[in-house]
Design a protein around this ligand. Structure first.
Ligand code: NAI
Length: 455
């Protein structure tokens, strides 16, 4: 049988896979991309985009409930979960179709099947999808991640019966459970807690650490906790779930919490089962595929990008990793940097962070100065956030004045943080960055304000 030959074969059509396909074909490579589900991966189909669509409805609804201080009376506001899901499905469909159309316009051959690497031939890497054989001069492994399922008694039975769910099922759940217990107070747990609370669930978040939002800056995490508690979400911090009684409850060391549904959100892990990487000697470590700064694995001409590398499980990191991998294939000098990757939690209010916290900087032996400003310094924040308690915290090097980190909580944070990431990436001292002009009035001006306050 004649084999189809490509310059690049990509396994996985999520943010890493489709970005690499786009850039590689733009660079003149012939590309085949294998994806067993819809293009777009977790991000588009069951992660970032569905969550943000649903959270926007929740935000509008909560805005309507709290509109009186702004002189707006809304009558009886309701949130129609069925309509929210319908709109979410529409948005996902439009965006996944957009990715498919981009691939088509670039001439990328998209195979709607999973594929497996079977070995190395004289021509390149052999790949099969069970229907045909293919050869790729280069390979990119971009097979993503999956939810971690803990070995807590009752979990497997609960998953089988549907009493225990992961974010994937939560984002298409037709019913709103009256009692929802969320295991894990990290990004997924908090975002979904916000949605289900707005949609009518009584939500309890059980988190084993004594703070929520994992690596988020301590003050920001505290303010977020206060906001979510005030809204009515309950928290059990410093507690481990020791058992799940399917259909009934979640058991911790100290109590039994009634639960119609249990949402597991204790992290994600790289996923490459069935990709056949063992057939070509790709090394794994800690359940992930490690790479160098050019996204090369230990096997020649085999690259990895996105969640499968286990480094930063964020779609925007995956985009950049994919670009770096393709640049290396095209002999364009490039390298991946992880010090200025922003992260956002789309709770209400939002949290956005980039770079070092005071703690992480001092753990690295860096001497820093820190400024914390209330968001109330921003005219636009005051105009639009009645009673808001947002902050912006800025960390800079006390040696050379470079900006090292920005951490904020406020409902404009996700859109502002990119400017802070750019400043960190530029590596220029705060005294120079102050020359940048921000539009007024904007919430983003808080960063300029903080640059002046650093002196
Ligand atoms: P996570 O790592 O953010 O949070 C998991 C939390 O579960 C941690 O706080 C951990 O202490 C806690 N935990 C672990 N085991 C536990 C146990 N047995 N009992 C109670 N608590 C326990 O993981 P999450 O939220 O599942 O998200 C997975 C990945 O998806 C993250 O890497 C995140 O970057 C990505 N993501 C990003 C989003 C965004 O950018 N807005 C949105 C959603 C996910």
């Amino acid at each position: 049988m004649k084999m189809e030959k490509y310059d690049l074969i990509i396994l996985g059509g999520g943010p890493a896979g489709y970005t690499a396909a786009d850039r590689a074909s733009e660079g003149g490579m012939s590309v085949a991309l294998f994806e067993g589900r819809s293009l777009g991966g977790t991000c588009l189909n069951e992660g970032c985009i569905p969550t943000k669509t649903m959270l926007y409805s929740a935000k509008l609804y909560e805005g309507a409930l709290k509109s009186e201080p702004y002189g707006v009376k809304c009558g009886v506001a309701t949130l129609d979960h069925g309509a929210v899901l319908k709109r979410k499905d529409k948005v996902v469909k439009i965006l996944t179709a957009g990715v498919a159309s981009k691939m088509k316009s670039r001439g990328v051959v998209v195979m709607s099947r999973r594929a497996r690497v079977t070995g190395k031939t004289g021509d390149g890497y052999a790949v099969t999808d069970g229907v045909r054989e293919y050869v790729g001069t280069r390979l990119l492994i971009a097979t993503g991640s999956e939810a971690v399922i803990p070995p807590i008694p009752g979990t497997r039975e609960g998953l089988e019966s549907g009493h225990v769910i992961t974010s994937k099922e939560a984002l298409s759940a037709r019913e709103i459970p009256p009692l929802l217990v969320v295991v894990g107070g990290g990004v997924i747990g908090l975002e979904l807690a916000c949605y289900f609370h707005a949609a009518g669930s009584r939500v309890t978040v059980v988190e084993m650490l004594d703070k929520i939002a994992g690596p988020a800056e301590a003050d920001v995490s505290k303010i977020l906790l206060g906001n979510l508690k005030k809204r009515g979400i309950e928290f059990r911090l410093g507690r481990h779930v020791t058992g799940i009684e399917p259909g009934k409850s979640v058991i911790t060391e100290e109590e039994v919490i009634g639960a119609d549904k249990v949402l597991l959100a204790i992290g994600r892990k790289p996923s490459f089962d069935g990709a056949g990487i063992e057939n070509i000697g790709v090394r794994t470590a800690g359940g992930a595929i490690p790479t160098d700064e050019r996204m090369r694995t230990n096997a020649p001409d085999v690259y990895a990008a996105g969640d499968v590398t286990g480094r930063v499980m964020l779609a925007h990191a995956a985009y950049r990793e994919a670009e770096v991998a393709v640049n290396d294939m095209l002999d364009i000098p490039d390298a991946m940097r992880y010090d200025a990757i922003p992260s956002v939690i789309y709770t209400n209010p939002e949290v956005a962070c980039v770079g070092e916290t005071e703690e992480s900087a001092s753990a690295k032996g860096l001497s820093v100065k820190v400024v914390t400003l209330s968001m109330r310094y921003s005219g636009r924040y005051m105009a639009e956030n009645e009673g808001g308690d947002g902050i912006c915290k800025v960390v800079a090097s006390s040696d050379d004045g470079r900006l090292l980190g920005v951490h904020m909580i406020n409902n404009h944070a996700a859109e502002i943080i990119a400017s802070a990431a750019m400043m960190i990436d530029l590596g220029r001292p705060a005294s120079e960055l102050r020359r940048l002009i921000f539009p007024h009035p904007t919430a983003g001006e808080i960063i300029r304000e903080a640059l002046f306050a650093l002196e």
